[in-house]
Design a protein around this ligand. Structure first.
Ligand SMILES: Nc1ncnc2c1ncn2[C@@H]1O[C@H](COP(=O)(O)OP(=O)(O)OP(=O)(O)O)[C@@H](O)[C@H]1O
Ligand SMILES: [Mg+2]
Length: 234
């Protein structure tokens, strides 16, 4: 069984089906990207893994079934989530926003905070700044840092580069790669920016209107010209 395994997942908002029969598997230590346009279902897929959306199908992580479980249970199993638009507390400091992520791993707070500050030295320098006054890139760092405060083994990141300048996208890519290489995390991101996805991930899934259309390694996707034209521009 794969580290994260999603089988025949359908997700619903009321009666509307936002994901239809989606399957996906992630091996330990991989970085994978789910690529799709606005409304494709990227956030719904990550929210579904976290148990936040009504769903059918099965999801397992680290050999345990997590579908049907509460979000706090899923976080305790070792899944961290940096959601879309960060949802930080704007009038709280960087440090207090990070501490919000620590509720399931209180005994490791000091070590995790040190790890976050080693990944993002800028956050250590700005520990007391309110996140409302930070740049988009800094807020993304706080969001990633907050997810790390729960001591996750698998990190889910919804659109890490949205609204960020290319230079900042690179910094985020470097930090995500370090989380895998130096801290042993498995990483799943969603992206509209297919080029960013291809430079960071080893494997890509393409989601279109709630359905999984294509799956392959970056090498495989790059060698298919029709696919590149259809999904990734030229
Ligand atoms: N809370 C909700 N209630 C009803 N429908 C929703 C809700 N959230 C999402 N949807 C619908 O589900 C579908 C998938 O939305 P989702 O937000 O997952 O897409 P996305 O790929 O994350 O898009 P974006 O790139 O704009 O963030 C869309 O049709 C959307 O309108
Ligand atoms: Mg989204």
């Amino acid at each position: 069984m794969s580290y994260l395994e999603i089988k025949s997942l359908s997700s619903f908002y009321g009666k509307a089906e936002a994901l239809s029969n989606v399957s996906l598997s992630v091996e330990k230590g991989e970085i994978i990207a789910i690529v799709g346009a606005n409304g494709a279902g990227k956030s719904t897929l990550l929210d579904s893994i976290m148990g936040m959306v009504k769903q059918k199908g099965t999801i397992s992580f680290d050999d345990k079934t997590i579908s049907g479980k509460s979000t706090s249970h899923i976080v305790k199993q070792g899944i961290g989530y940096a959601p879309e638009r960060f949802s930080l507390f704007p009038y709280m400091s960087v440090k207090d926003n990070l501490l919000v992520g620590a509720f399931t791993a209180r005994e490791k707070t000091k070590d995790n905070l040190a790890q976050v500050y080693s990944l993002f030295p800028r956050l250590a320098e700005r520990e007391t700044q309110e996140t409302a006054t930070q740049s988009g890139g800094e807020r993304q760092m706080v969001s990633l840092g907050r997810a790390l405060m729960s001591s996750p083994k698998l990190l889910l990141v919804d659109e890490p580069t949205i609204g960020l300048a290319p230079k900042v996208c690179n910094e985020i890519a470097v930090s995500l790669r370090r989380m895998r290489d130096d801290f042993g995390l498995t990483v799943v991101i969603t992206e509209q920016n297919a080029n960013f996805a291809m430079t960071l991930a080893e494997r890509i899934y393409v989601l279109e209107a709630g359905k999984m259309q294509i799956e392959g390694t970056v090498e495989e996707l790059k060698s298919d010209n029709r696919l590149i034209e259809a999904y990734f521009g030229t």
